[in-house]
Design a binder for this molecule. Structure first.
Ligand SMILES: N[C@@H](CCC(=O)N[C@@H](CS)C(=O)NCC(=O)O)C(=O)O
Length: 258
């Protein structure tokens, strides 16, 4: 905690210096809580300490599919955090839709308050359970790659599920296969080559490793992503698969079409 505090102090105003002084004399838990109360923009501090959410009641709402919720499920599995995984058939969506902030799934209820947007949910969980950046620059890089992924993912979903007709769908699929999928994989391979640790960011498992792991293997758009020609993505995949909690989740997770 205090190592991390030092980083913040170096990058920010003298006000933080006071907090640093306080932290050196106070327990890390109290310090974390104070930081979260006083400076929400520093909440990545919590990633190394016991999460304030450790005892929060989490409920993830999504369809029966992996879809946009699966990365959150894998993060929660890797964290060993118990939560209520509410999966419903498409016919039941009208019942759940009004419970969500924007009429979309996934949604995450935290102690009864419901939040939405996949990127925000994944980021929140990753920060709470130690899979986000350890400082603002790492957090920046993780967000950057998550958005790069989103640039591939959402258009691919739109082609798969919302094409006007079969001809438009075929043309869309061809474009994804020939352009956006290899483009995304090439960028990811380059990020791994540059970082040189086997992980996309830093030298440990983060949200991005989990995101790509799911994306290339079983994710809704996996059919477009043939990573066999990308050795570093393959190696990273093996690293994620070797995580005991993730491996045990994968061995027992519910099967679904998407
Ligand atoms: N930007 C949103 C998009 C969410 C979204 O489009 N969810 C779809 C399912 S993958 C949905 O809720 N569809 C049903 C509806 O819009 O009524 C996110 O990333 O969470």
């Amino acid at each position: 905690m205090c190592d991390r505090e030092t980083t913040l102090v170096q990058r920010n105003s003298p006000v933080i210096v006071k907090r640093k002084t306080f932290c050196t004399r106070t327990s890390a838990t109290v310090c974390t809580q104070l930081l979260l109360l006083c400076a929400p923009n520093y909440c990545y501090c919590a990633t190394k300490t016991s999460s304030p959410m450790a005892n929060a009641k989490l409920k993830l709402l999504y369809f029966e599919d992996r879809g946009r919720a699966e990365v959150s499920r894998i993060i929660l599995a890797a964290a060993g955090k118990e939560y209520e995984d509410v999966r419903f058939p498409f016919e039941d969506w009208p019942k759940f839709k009004p419970e969500t902030p924007y009429g979309q799934a996934p949604a995450l209820s935290v102690d009864g308050v419901v939040y939405a947007q996949t990127l925000a949910i994944n980021g929140f969980l990753a920060r709470e359970f130690g899979f986000h950046g350890k400082d603002n620059l790492e957090t920046f890089k993780i967000d950057e790659i998550a958005h790069l992924w989103e640039d591939f993912f959402t258009p691919a979903i739109n082609v798969l599920f919302y094409s006007e007709d079969e001809r438009a769908k075929e043309a869309g699929i061809k474009k994804i296969r020939e352009e956006s999928a290899p483009r995304t994989l090439t960028f990811l391979e380059g990020i791994l080559a540059k970082n040189g640790t086997g992980y996309y960011v830093s030298d440990r498992l983060t949200l991005i490793d989990i995101l790509v792991f799911e994306g290339v293997n079983g994710g809704t758009c996996s059919q477009f992503l043939d990573a066999s020609e990308y050795p570093l993505i393959q190696k990273n995949f093996e690293l994620v698969r070797a995580n005991e909690r993730i491996a045990s989740y994968m061995a027992t997770r519910k099967d679904s079409q998407w």
